[in-house]
Design a protein around this ligand. Structure first.
Ligand code: SAM
Length: 283
C-alpha cells in the first residue's frame, strides 16, 4: 500500500474525492488527508460540503462547480492546475460524476494530459447493491430513469428483459409511479429498495413490484432511494434466438467467435458449447 506521506507527489493534479452519503464517518483517511492538502476544493454546493469540511476541520478554500457552471469553471480549474496547483472535486454526497457534475471537466483535464486521481468511497448504487441480497456478479446501472415518453418505456422494458440485476435512482415523489410501471412489465422479478442508506432510518424493502407498491401505500415514501430489480425467480428458458440476439450486440463485435461464445455464455448462464453452435449456424 502507498504511504500517505507522499499522497500528493506532484502539483497539477485533480483528485476526485468520494464523500459520505449520509453517515459522516463514511469517508476514508486518504480522502480527509487529500482534502486538507490540496490548494482548493471545487464543490457541487459549498454550503452542503461546508458541513463536512467543518466536521473534519478541513480549512481548504472552496468554490462552486455544479452542472450550471461546470463548463465555465473548467477553464478556471485547468488554468490553476497548469499553474502547478492541486485541487479536489467533491459532490454533495457520494462519488462525484455518478449522477453528479464533473464528467466534462474530467474529460477535459485528461485530454490536456494532466492527472486525474480517484479517491474512492461511498457510492449509493453500489452500497445498496452490496446489502440487497440480489445477484451482484453482473448489473446494469441506469442512473435516473427518463421521466416519461418512449425512453422511459424502453428503459422499463430493458429492466424486464435483463438477465442480470438493474440498479437505478429514484425520488420519493416518483417511486409510486415507477413501481406501478414495473408491476406491468416485471412478472416474477424481485424488487429491492435501499432507502436512507447509512442514515438513522436505513431500510431495505424487498418483494415483487406489487408487494413493494403495497408497502408504499401503507408508508408514505420518504428519503433517498436506490431501486434494484433482480433476475427472475423462475429460471427463464434461454432460446437459441435469445443467444443469437445477445451475440449480435455491437459490444461483442471485436471478439473472436470463441471469446464471443464464452462471454455470451457467461452473460446468459448457458453452456459455451451451445452458444458456439448457435453462433456457427447464425453468423
Ligand atoms: N453521486 C451520488 C452517489 O455516489 O451516491 C449520487 C448522486 S444522485 C444526484 C443522488 C441520488 O442518489 C439520490 O436521489 C438517491 O437516489 C441516491 N442516494 C444518495 N444518497 C443515498 C442514500 N443515503 N440512500 C439511498 N439513496 C441515496
Amino acid at each position: 500500500m502507498d504511504s500517505q506521506d507522499n499522497l500528493i507527489q506532484t502539483a497539477g493534479q485533480l483528485f476526485i474525492v468520494a464523500t459520505p452519503i449520509g453517515n459522516l464517518a463514511d469517508i476514508t483517511y486518504r480522502a480527509v488527508e487529500t482534502l486538507k492538502k490540496v490548494d482548493w476544493i471545487a464543490a457541487e454546493d459549498t454550503r452542503v460540503s461546508g458541513r463536512l469540511l467543518e466536521y473534519y476541520d478541513i480549512k481548504t478554500p472552496m468554490f462552486a462547480c455544479h452542472e450550471h457552471n461546470e463548463v465555465k469553471v473548467a477553464g478556471h480549474i485547468l488554468a490553476r492546475l497548469h499553474a502547478g496547483e492541486s485541487g479536489a472535486l467533491i459532490s454533495d454526497a457520494g462519488t462525484p460524476l455518478i449522477n453528479d457534475p464533473g464528467y466534462r471537466l474530467v474529460r477535459n483535464i485528461r485530454q490536456t494530459g494532466l492527472d486525474v486521481i480517484p479517491i474512492p468511497g461511498a457510492c449509493s448504487p453500489v452500497v445498496a447493491l452490496s446489502a440487497s441480497g440480489l445477484a451482484t456478479d453482473q448489473f446494469t446501472y441506469m442512473g435516473f430513469l427518463a421521466r416519461s415518453g418512449r425512453s422511459r418505456q424502453t428503459q422499463m422494458q430493458a429492466i424486464a428483459d435483463a438477465v442480470h440485476t438493474c440498479v437505478f435512482l429514484e425520488s420519493p415523489k416518483r417511486i409510486v409511479k415507477t413501481l406501478q410501471g414495473l408491476v406491468e412489465v416485471l412478472g416474477s422479478k424481485e424488487v429491492c429498495i435501499g432507502r436512507e442508506l447509512t442514515k438513522m432510518y436505513e431500510q431495505f424493502i424487498s418483494g415483487s413490484a406489487a408487494e413493494v407498491l403495497v408497502h408504499f401505500a401503507q408508508h408514505t415514501p420518504r428519503g433517498e432511494m436506490v431501486v434494484m430489480v433482480g433476475v427472475s425467480q423462475t429460471p427463464v428458458e434461454i432460446t437459441d434466438m435469445m443467444i443469437e440476439s445477445e451475440a449480435r450486440k455491437a459490444s461483442y463485435e471485436q471478439l473472436s467467435p470463441s471469446a464471443r461464445a464464452r462471454t455470451v455464455a457467461q452473460c446468459l448462464g448457458v453452456k459455451r458449447s451451445r452458444v458456439y453452435d448457435v453462433l456457427m449456424k447464425a453468423l
